[in-house]
Design a protein around this ligand. Structure first.
Ligand code: ARG
Length: 458
């Protein structure tokens, strides 16, 4: 007999039962469901809607159900449709009459949201910790490698020399913004939906503020129609996860590239790489590849729920049951990705020699030659042109700017003096870029210490 079976004369088709059920995936919110129900029952008793005796019976019964679930003795069945009815049904079987009063002044429409919001809030906390640990690892890698020089790229063409740590700290900034986005999303998750009823509120004298306090929500929702139909909070979490995934995917792409023989900038630890079943020489970067791949999947989950929501009239519609699997999938995968990505970074070795080799042969100090001329009074656009013709000259002679003699320099401009040769070394190029946020050691160390200060707050 279904909990809602009163008006039905015929059995539900087994096909519908299978199609309709969410219990196979929403059972992971059993703890939140029980917590929500206990708080609801306490409020009902406080408001004299049920007796204190009945409340105690309900609470004891719910804790027993929890025990059964955790010890593996609970029978999950699609006949119960979802976790809410499975738990309520079992409660009634265990405690009888009092159990039948639990659903007073409540609907599954506000109940499912109390579960989902509590659950999402918890998972958001986990993602926050994962982000913080990854940021901590980025600082560790940056500090460990502070002297390492590498080519900085634009269009994936060698552009200007930078510190490797500057590159790593760029990701720190991305994950810092992700953390801010996460914290902001939590503010909108942290709202009590219970009390909205099916859609219009309830005729019982409930106390929502009391339930809010019991469950630790920051606010009580304002409009019952909005409350039962809103899935913005879960969309926002999907978005935050998608953004984290995108940042990790970009870094992954670089690590994959850097691990090739062609680059050989880094080497992944044996413990965090895989081999080939046929080619004995292979060492494959499966972790960053999978992280890059998961990004596509997480985007899919975001687009999927956005699309589910786009045509829904107020208030509750069953369509919104589709909000969970995608989110669960994204949060599970991103939780794992954050953790393994961090381990991979901490164990990765950096090939300082090869990174530095990447500096040479690409005229990576050409900007500095142009800047040299500009600082001697030649308008920058003209200095750019002169340097361009010097690059062409070097290419023809198969040499580099720093290998030219002073006489050769002077062929291009009288403004060149002997100090040019010391001002266009790689080290001078890097340390000279001491503008706020630049790549000089000074600026990178500042970023690292600001980063540490931020992490200390958590
Ligand atoms: N399993 C449902 C969901 O996830 C619970 C709410 C059902 N409400 C209803 N009126 N059928 O959305």
């Amino acid at each position: 007999m279904k909990l809602w079976g009163g008006r039905f004369k015929k059995e539900t088709s087994s096909l519908l039962e299978k199609f309709n059920a969410s219990i196979n995936f929403d059972k992971r919110m059993y703890k939140e469901d029980i917590e929500g129900s206990i708080a609801h029952s306490k409020m009902l008793a406080k408001q004299d809607i049920i007796s204190h005796e009945e409340q105690k019976t309900i609470e004891k019964g719910l804790l027993q159900v929890k025990e059964e679930i955790e010890s593996g003795n609970f029978v999950f069945s699609i006949k119960d449709e979802d976790i809410h009815m499975a738990i309520e049904g079992r409660l009634i079987a265990l405690v009888g009459e009092a159990g039948k009063k639990l659903h007073t002044a409540r609907s599954r429409n506000d109940q499912v949201l109390v579960d989902t919001r509590l659950y999402t809030k918890r998972r958001a906390e986990e993602i926050g910790s994962g982000l913080l640990e990854l940021m901590d690892a980025l600082i560790e890698v940056s500090e460990k490698n502070i002297g390492v020089i590498m080519p900085g790229y634009t269009h994936l063409q060698r552009a200007q020399p930078i510190l490797f740590s500057h590159h790593v700290m760029a990701y720190f900034q991305m994950f810092k913004r992700d953390l801010e986005r996460l914290e902001s999303a939590v503010e909108r998750i942290d709202v009590l939906p219970l009390g909205a009823g099916a859609l219009a509120g309830t005729t019982y004298p409930i106390d929502r503020e009391y339930v809010r306090e019991l469950l630790g929500f920051a606010k009580v929702s304002e409009n019952s129609l909005d409350t039962v139909s809103d899935r913005d909070f879960i969309i926002e979490m999907n978005f935050v996860l998608a953004m984290i995934a995108m940042h990790m995917s970009r870094f992954s792409e670089e690590i994959i590239m850097w691990s090739t023989k062609e680059f050989s900038f880094v080497q992944l630890d044996d413990g965090y790489s895989t081999g080939s079943s046929i080619m004995p020489q292979k060492k494959n970067p499966d972790i960053p590849e999978l992280v890059r791949g998961k990004c596509g999947r997480v985007y899919g989950n975001l687009v999927s729920i956005m699309t589910v929501m786009k045509g829904l009239p107020l208030a509750y519609n069953k369509d919104t049951q589709e909000d969970k699997e995608g989110f669960f999938d994204s949060v599970d995968n991103m939780g794992m990705s954050l953790e393994i990505f961090k381990e991979m970074l901490l164990t990765m070795s950096v090939n300082e020699e090869n990174m530095k080799k990447g500096i040479y042969g690409g005229f990576i100090n050409a900007t500095d030659v142009a800047d040299y001329l500009a600082k001697k009074g030649i308008p920058f656009r003209e200095a750019h042109h002169i340097t361009g013709s010097m690059v062409a000259y070097c290419e023809e002679k198969n040499t580099s700017l720093e290998e030219l003699s002073l006489e050769e320099f002077k062929q291009f401009s009288d403004a060149f003096e002997s100090d040019v040769l010391t001002l266009i070394t790689v080290e001078a190029c890097i340390e000279g870029r001491d503008s706020y946020g630049g790549t000089s050691t000074n600026q990178v160390k500042r970023q690292i210490s600001e980063g540490k200060k931020l992490l200390e707050k958590y």
